[in-house]
Design a binder for this molecule. Structure first.
Ligand SMILES: NC(=O)c1ccc[n+]([C@@H]2O[C@H](COP(=O)([O-])OP(=O)(O)OC[C@H]3O[C@@H](n4cnc5c(N)ncnc54)[C@H](OP(=O)(O)O)[C@@H]3O)[C@@H](O)[C@H]2O)c1
Length: 311
């Protein structure tokens, strides 16, 4: 693979796909395709996928498209999350095997594939070792199936398919809909609202659970590095190597927003898992220079890019 290689990003209109496209371009890649539903390419339609691989035969494809949502959407639309995420990767990998078997595939699962209970930090060997969290079972099963698909198509058809498991991401082009967002996007939007119109700042639970949050460009850099340098069936976590309690995230946001108002806690709402931290030892052994940025720096970047605010 070199800078002239033909690369495709599926999901290029999304947060991670957008970051991969951006980083490929700044790394000097000159031939990057980003087919999307906007230009009539639907990964749920096998004919669209077949047509793409038959005509384009890219050297590498980042399969980072997916149906992605916060806790509410994941829980209330479990069947949609199962069906769409499963069909998209099956359409891609089956089509690759039949139409473009030389194309290297990088597939993103998620750390949701790991069981509900784990020794911390969560190592890759925990995959398929216990019951899943009920609230996002549909998504997690589909993502886990995608990993197995990568391994089985490698075994049977010799497809160079690799699978990476990103932790919670945030960054430019995140989903800021408070009814359907992940924790960091919701935090950012609530602080922006409080600054703009004095909205009350209310957060769920006790603030004690500890979470990871990875700036999406750091995840994109790891995905590109794996595409260029890694070719094994074992899955690779893309985490941060550090975490914070929810209260600590809020303290960092207060500092960045220079916010001195009150923060309220709705303790009638559940805390969720106390700790969820991914082990990145394996990634560091492949990519020793991997060094994701601190939350404060990522937050300042998000405010600049998505909200036009320099802080
Ligand atoms: N966000 C996170 O915290 C996180 C954490 C771990 C893993 N991941 C994984 O990382 C990947 C990217 O996540 P993200 O946060 O970047 O998601 P996102 O912003 O919601 O983007 C999803 C992308 O998938 C595309 N897509 C969905 N259905 C499609 C279809 N039928 N045909 C073609 N394209 C379709 C969307 O295109 P449209 O513009 O057409 O909708 C969009 O470009 C996903 O596989 C996700 O599971 C994300």
């Amino acid at each position: 693979m070199n800078k002239q290689s033909k690369m495709a990003v599926f999901g290029g209109t999304g947060m991670l796909g957008g970051a991969i496209t951006r980083r490929l371009s700044s790394n000097g890649y000159t031939n990057v395709l980003t087919p999307s539903r906007k230009n009539g390419f639907d990964l749920l339609k096998k004919a669209d996928v077949d047509n793409f691989f038959r005509t384009e035969k890219p050297d590498g494809v980042f399969m980072v498209a997916g149906l992605v949502g916060g806790i509410l959407a994941n829980n209330t639309r479990q069947a949609d999350f199962l069906y769409q995420n499963a069909m998209m990767i099956l359409n891609v990998i089956e089509s690759l095997a039949k139409n473009s078997p030389q194309t290297k595939l990088l597939y993103t699962g998620s750390t949701c594939i790991y069981p509900r209970e784990n020794p911390q930090p969560i190592n890759e060997s925990r995959f398929m070792t216990g019951p899943l969290e009920e609230t996002n079972k549909g998504y997690a099963v589909a993502k886990g199936m995608g990993i197995i698909a990568c391994q089985l198509y490698r075994q049977q058809y010799g497809i160079n398919a690799i699978a990476a498991m990103p932790t919670n991401l945030y960054g430019p082009n995140d989903n800021y809909d408070l009814n359907n967002s992940h924790f960091i996007a919701a935090l950012v939007q609530k602080f922006v609202n409080a600054q703009r119109d004095g909205s009350e700042l209310v957060f769920w639970g006790s603030g004690k659970p500890r979470r990871e949050a990875l700036y999406v460009d750091d995840c994109a850099d790891a995905c590109i590095f794996l595409m260029e340098n890694y070719s094994s069936p074992e899955i690779v976590n893309i985490g941060t190597g550090f975490d914070h309690s929810i209260r600590e995230y809020i303290d960092i946001a207060k500092k960045v927003f220079e916010y001195s108002g009150e923060i309220k806690w709705d303790t009638s709402k559940p805390d969720g898992m106390y700790e969820k931290r991914t082990d990145i030892t394996y990634l560091k052994s492949i990519m020793p220079q991997y060094d994701p940025r601190p939350f404060e720096d990522g937050l300042r970047e998000v405010l600049k890019v998505d909200f036009g605010v320099e802080v």
